[in-house]
Write a protein that binds this ligand. Sequence first.
Ligand SMILES: Cc1cc2nc3c(=O)[nH]c(=O)nc-3n(C[C@H](O)[C@H](O)[C@H](O)COP(=O)(O)OP(=O)(O)OC[C@H]3O[C@@H](n4cnc5c(N)ncnc54)[C@H](O)[C@@H]3O)c2cc1C
Ligand code: FES
Ligand code: FES
Length: 462
Amino acid sequence: MSTEEDSRCEIRFYFDGRVRILDDVRATDMVMPWLRSEAMRTGTKEGCNEGDCGACTCLVGSLSESGDLRFSVINTCIYPLAYLDGAWLISIETLSRSGSLCSAQSGMLPLNVSQCGFCTPGFVMAILYAQITKKVQTPEQVLAGNLCRCTGYGGLIEATRLAQSQPLDKDFVAEIEGATAVLRKLSRGGFSIVSNNSRIDAPKTLEHLLDLRNNFPSATLVSGATDFGLWITKRLDRPSHIILAKFCEQLLSIETRADVIEIGAAVTIEDLENSLVSEYPELQDWFQRFGGPQVRCSGTLGGNIANGSPIGDSSPVLIALGASLKISSCHLRRVIPIENFFIDYGKQDLSDDELLVSILVPRRSHIRRLAVEKISKRCDQDISIVLAAMAEIAGEKPRYRFAFGGMAGTPKLAERTMESLNPDDLTSDFSPLSDHRAEAWYRLAVSKNLVRNFLDGESSRE
Ligand SMILES: Cc1cc2nc3c(=O)[nH]c(=O)nc-3n(C[C@H](O)[C@H](O)[C@H](O)COP(=O)(O)OP(=O)(O)OC[C@H]3O[C@@H](n4cnc5c(N)ncnc54)[C@H](O)[C@@H]3O)c2cc1C
Ligand code: FES
Ligand code: FES
């Protein structure tokens, strides 16, 4: 199946005052190399090339359904170039097109925040994103996805606080107005580019996406690319055919019904936070510990589940909440409890022609208490050693669901402990591994303490 839109064989996006049209984009192309080597905008720096340091941070603006411009902060080193289609790319150079520094930059000057200056453009972009979104967050949370290796953070935190209290510069507001008018004339998604032994499909409908999965089962499905990007830049994979999920409208919606919240698989962690925290306020702190702002703006809930990682953060939370997964192929639609999706390490209940369409999260009504505890070496932007999600389910006799990441080859319920309510039974539920993050004994000890504290009704955070 193909629509008129899908016959487009190029991407179009707005950058530095004009629309760029690229017809030779390859499956492995990321934004940062294009910016630095093709567009010759070298203000954006390359640090780690794996989404960790924020040196390559830029913003992307795209039109929402209501026609307003929505912004994301991205790590351009792992952001596929093809995802710029129909969007506005904002690099550090964009901010000085009027000839003067913006307030996120000029506020930094007297604070001596820069020595080698390598990290500075990335910090400016992260601060600008906070200034645009006006989200209530601490400067430390704003900067969690950016590293400075030589200056220290005192001045950066002060500069962030200052920028958060200031309105956007007039020059940038004018840029926004100009970009919005241009984006209204560009469509987003719905193209297929075959170039240099590579193919990229970007379907806009679920039917077309499933059709492509059916016809090309060996093509790589890409959602937010925060895993995929690293396969390209670090593992040096060279996939010849990718199918992009994030232009497909049915995968991007969040629908709240009487009994359930249905979340499209391509909803980003950032958008998920906005809808799930109002139902489960206990998740607020956990969301802030999921990657940094750049990872949350790109990474999707579907990708976090489908990658099957035993240390993915969302799966234990969803298991504890009793969520289900809607999975589809051209031929079959099915709904399964999320815990049944994880068969073994690296093995999920998903065939090559299927995809995860949405996640069904029960409404609050039957959950009396919820706690999510992430144990990691660093507070910001770190992968879990153990993630415990514990729910008390209301009833004449309360029931419990304890789900863990980092304790087995898959995210898993602690079934025996849920029955006995004896934390020592975790030793029967799990035989965790020792690795560079933690020893097995530590994982068991910390998990027992988390369950004990939850059953005692205490917060384990102190
Ligand atoms: C710096 C950094 C920090 C991170 N921090 C965290 C963290 O704190 N916690 C955490 O859990 N993870 C973290 N991650 C890992 C990653 O960001 C998440 O797992 C993310 O949610 C993956 O989603 P994605 O959309 O980017 O997946 P992608 O990279 O697009 O895809 C991942 C896999 O899922 C498959 N897939 C994607 N969507 C679907 C679908 N709808 N149906 C079927 N298969 C699908 C893809 O084919 C691929 O195999 C981090 C990553 C980086 C780079
Ligand atoms: S270069 Fe480090 S996040 Fe991109
Ligand atoms: S000023 Fe050198 S890395 Fe930050």
